[in-house]
Design a protein around this ligand. Sequence first.
Ligand SMILES: [Zn+2]
Length: 90
Amino acid sequence: MGLRVPVKLIKGLANSKGVVGYYDPSNRIIAIDHEHYNTKEAMHTLMHELAHAWWIRSGLYQTKLSYDTIEIICETIATVMVENFDIKPR
Ligand SMILES: [Zn+2]
């Protein structure tokens, strides 16, 4: 959608925050755990966090959907992207 969203690898992210990745809308970056980088889990997380970035960019957060609903939609988008476009670690 015309906005670059850099991916930042962070050492110890999974250990310190208990997540493989997250989208930071303030800085417009996707953070991925360095140790999980290049894994199937990280590819799925990357697509999930990209869906959050699209969601915010498109203004869909103004729809007032619940957090749980947004998470389900982002998970579904990630699954569709990974499975249909055969996204794999290198
Ligand atoms: Zn999410």
